[in-house]
Write a protein that binds this ligand. Structure first.
Ligand code: PGA
Length: 253
């Protein structure tokens, strides 16, 4: 047992069983829309990847049909590849514009993705971290989970005390993300990511998982030990985390 484990009172997650990806996305959208209605100036922590795409689609639908407004909302994204121009089709800046920001009434000046092309990346990391605190911190952070337990781009071995920082991507992560690129060579080797501590500072966290390929990671998250070798396990030390996952992702627990 690590010192950390003995010190803390680990909590059981709220786990919402969704039948499939669509239902997972619907439940998450309902929660996020509820927050924006209750708190029109909420700070939303957003993620990229396949997992939240359905959620963003539903936010757009709801915005168009019911007029939910994001005019007062600020957003901060978890991470960005290093060395990709923000207008590159694979940058997370572009992902967010295409999958959400261009289709709702959020003020683009209030949307934030770390700059993966900054001349001084250490300065950019400090700037991003400070900005999150200046705007009052994240009210609701959306997370996916990597097969190796990464959250954001915090790969295994990342300190639970980490703030926004530069990280070398794990080979497994690069392989998983190679589907978006023409070849493995094009997949960036480094990224800038909010740290584990930055994520843990969020008021509330929703972790989404869908599909059989995430089942091992979800099992380890829920049943495994709390260790920096499995970054998502830090979430067991947070008091308000909901896992919304579909049957396949929950099949091993
Ligand atoms: P995915 O990525 O949503 O594309 O599966 C999740 C992650 O790597 O955090």
């Amino acid at each position: 047992m690590t010192a950390l484990q003995s010190k803390v009172n680990t909590k059981v997650f709220e786990i919402i069983h969704a039948e499939n990806y669509e239902e997972m996305s619907r439940i998450a959208a309902k929660r996020m829309i509820g927050l924006v209605k209750r708190k029109p100036n909420a700070v939303l922590g957003l993620a990229t990847g396949s997992t939240p795409e359905g959620l963003y689609k539903l936010l757009i639908e709801d915005h168009k049909e019911n007029g939910t407004s994001y005019k007062g909302v600020k957003t901060v994204n978890l991470d960005e590849y290093m060395g990709l121009d923000r207008n590159d089709k694979n940058s997370y800046f572009t992902f967010m514009r295409e999958h959400l920001f261009n289709h709702i009434d959020v003020n683009l000046d209030n949307t934030n993705v770390p700059n993966g092309m900054a001349t001084n990346m250490e300065e950019e990391a400090v700037r991003y971290e400070n900005y999150i605190h200046e705007i009052g911190g994240v009210d609701l952070q959306i997370l996916g989970i990597g097969h190796n337990g990464h959250i954001g781009f915090n790969e295994p071995g990342t300190s639970f005390e980490s703030k926004t920082h530069v990280i070398e991507l794990a080979e497994r992560t690069r392989e998983a993300n190679a589907r978006y690129f023409n070849s493995m060579d094009e997949v960036p080797t480094h990224a800038i990511t909010m740290g584990i501590q930055s994520i843990m500072d969020s008021e509330e966290i929703i972790l989404l998982a869908s599909g059989a390929s995430k089942a091992e990671a979800i099992k380890r998250l829920v049943c495994g030990e709390i260790t920096e070798d499995f970054p998502a396990s830090a979430l067991r030390l947070h008091s308000k985390v909901t896992i919304i996952a579909d049957e396949e992702a929950l099949s091993l627990i």
